[in-house]
Write a protein that binds this ligand. Structure first.
Ligand SMILES: NC(=O)c1ccc[n+]([C@@H]2O[C@H](COP(=O)([O-])OP(=O)(O)OC[C@H]3O[C@@H](n4cnc5c(N)ncnc54)[C@H](OP(=O)(O)O)[C@@H]3O)[C@@H](O)[C@H]2O)c1
Length: 240
């Protein structure tokens, strides 16, 4: 009998992370959903305890990541998805009114979080059949695309650029273990959980099912030839 594929998703409580959980569970995968607060994970619980295992995980805490890695020691994880992320607000990331106290939180969540997750879960991913580490990042971290034209947002943009460089470097460090790394751009996704009126919809905005279905296809196609690449949810290369 072949073992079920296993995926671990961080920031699985809502938005893109929740949609990854929903779609992988529907495909019959064993799904481990990392959330900061299991007590408020009602939507995940509603998917069924037989489908989704909910685990406490704060990617900004080294102790929290180590605790989950230890709890899951000896279990293989085919796909690790670093999805948890912090966007913040425009006001406190606008030149002239920057709230400098927030910088560390952004870097800890968006850049160091994925690095710590990859380091702590290398044994689990190495032991799996598929051996993939994924980061959901953003074109906001792209120099070539001028952050997609996004103004301000200093902490978000710089932490995503750092995340890109970290994952690119991780790709080289885990290559010897046969692990492939995908650095994914999900597009602009409506994660408000509401249907947006036309005046609040940006051109080209996606709903989570379309973006995540695309990324699941990209993850399935990822291999040692494409490891370390920055890839759009469509499968197209994303310029750095
Ligand atoms: N939506 C977009 O258009 C878009 C575009 C480009 C890139 N992305 C990236 O895609 C990813 C998901 O975005 P989203 O729009 O789904 O975001 P979201 O709706 O704001 O959800 C973010 C998730 O990350 C979790 N999280 C935040 N800090 C965490 C931490 N320290 N430890 C663990 N979990 C943490 C949140 O947990 P709580 O529920 O506990 O707050 C939440 O579940 C992010 O990395 C984001 O930067 C999104």
């Amino acid at each position: 009998m072949t073992e079920r594929n296993t995926v671990l998703v961080t920031g699985a409580n809502r938005g893109i992370g929740f949609e990854f959980v929903r779609q992988y569970a529907a495909q019959g995968w064993r799904v481990i959903a990392g959330v900061r607060n299991p007590g408020s994970a009602d939507a995940l619980r509603a998917l069924g305890a037989d489908k989704v295992e909910i685990e406490r995980l704060d990617v900004g805490s080294v102790a929290s990541v180590d605790a989950l890695a230890a709890k899951l020691a000896g279990q293989s994880i085919d796909v690790l998805i670093n999805n948890a992320g912090l966007f913040g607000d425009f006001e406190t990331q606008t030149f002239g009114q920057i709230d400098f106290a927030q910088f560390d939180t952004f870097m800890r969540t968006n850049a160091l979080g994925p690095l710590k997750m990859c380091e702590a879960f290398t044994p689990h991913v190495k032991a799996s059949a598929q051996k993939k580490m994924i980061s959901v990042t953003s074109q906001a971290g792209s120099f070539a695309l001028d952050s997609g034209g996004l103004p301000g947002m200093y902490f978000y943009k710089s932490s995503k650029a750092a995340q890109n460089m970290i994952m690119r470097t991780v790709a080289k460090d885990v290559q010897a273990h046969g692990i492939s790394v995908g650095i994914l751009s999900p597009g602009m996704v409506n994660t408000t959980g509401e249907e947006l009126p036309p005046e609040r919809r940006f051109p080209g905005m996606l709903e989570p099912p379309e973006s995540v279905a695309g990324m699941i296809g990209v993850i399935a196609a990822l291999d040692s030839a494409t490891t370390g690449s920055f890839i759009r949810y469509t499968g197209d290369p994303q310029p750095w």
